[in-house]
Design a protein around this ligand. Structure first.
Ligand code: NAP
Length: 243
């Protein structure tokens, strides 16, 4: 991908993995549009759209602005929430709606909008959805997180299948990024053990220095971006591109 003719949209760029991905791409000379409720990046090639992705009415008003001259367009659906770490039956309806909208509905709406905004353009479109190992592992206390990310993963599998049957509309991958030292991990370590039986596992990751930094993870994503879309299966683990 030529940075000069590629436009990159990333959700959740105010902190954590999304911010690190934005910074790596900016260092690589790409132009970035970040989307989240707050902004913490200042760079001549960075612009920010303030948007609560769990607010579906506001999300529906969002429009991708993409010039015709782009050769490649990238959408990285990274924003996500663990939600409240509690048993399902103690969660409020608002919490259920918020998590599902942010983790599942918003990425699909953005992908659909991206397609509709660019289907008449020649630019190649790449969608990277940030998944998680928890999409395939039932974790108590994480019912909304596991299930919304599992739904997103299945969506990616279906889109890949449809791409093989019809003319390819866009390239999509779902990446499990591994365990990363971000606020989401702090939230996990601060959860109550009675609500989350695996808490000690995550305390040990931290104690034993097993967490990747967001920057290391972002660098791997940028360095392997072409490989990710050219060679890998739809569902990719960070270990697949580490080696
Ligand atoms: N950290 C890990 O170990 C780990 C492991 C596996 C997968 N992941 C995945 O990696 C992705 C990034 O996680 P992270 O650890 O970097 O999380 P994080 O530190 O909590 O950051 C989350 C980002 O999402 C944005 N966001 C949250 N709610 C939003 C909303 N309603 N509307 C718009 N943006 C919103 C936040 O921005 P604002 O608050 O400014 O809106 C922030 O930039 C997530 O999809 C997560 O599931 C993380």
């Amino acid at each position: 991908m030529n940075p000069k003719t590629t436009k990159v949209f990333i959700t959740g760029t105010s902190r954590g993995l999304g911010k690190a991905i934005a910074q790596e791409f900016l260092d690589g000379g790409f132009s970035i549009v970040g989307i989240s409720r707050s902004c913490s990046i200042e760079h001549p090639n960075y612009s920010h759209k303030y948007l609560d992705l769990s607010d579906i009415e506001k999300l529906r008003q969002f429009e991708f602005e993409i010039e015709d001259r782009q050769e490649s367009i990238v959408l990285i659906n990274n924003a996500g929430t663990l939600g409240e770490v509690k048993p399902f039956f103690s969660l409020k309806e608002e919490t259920i709606i918020h998590s599902i909208q942010l983790n599942y509905t918003a990425p699909l709406i953005l992908i659909s909008k991206l397609y509709n905004a660019t289907c008449n353009q020649r630019a190649k479109k790449f969608v990277l959805n940030i998944g998680t190992g928890a999409a395939n592992r039932a974790m108590d206390g994480w019912s909304l997180y596991c299930s919304s990310k599992a739904a997103l993963q299945m969506f990616d599998e279906v889109i890949s299948k449809e791409n093989k049957m019809h003319a390819k509309q866009l390239w999509n991958r779902n990446l499990k990024p591994g365990v990363i030292d971000t606020e989401m991990q702090s939230q996990i370590r601060e959860s109550e053990e009675r609500n989350f039986s695996s808490k000690q596992v995550f305390l040990d990751y931290f104690k034993n220095n097993d967490l990747q930094t967001a920057q290391q993870t972002a660098r791997l994503i940028l360095l392997n971006f072409n490989l990710l879309f050219a060679k890998m299966e739809t569902i990719v683990s960070i270990n697949d591109i580490k080696n």
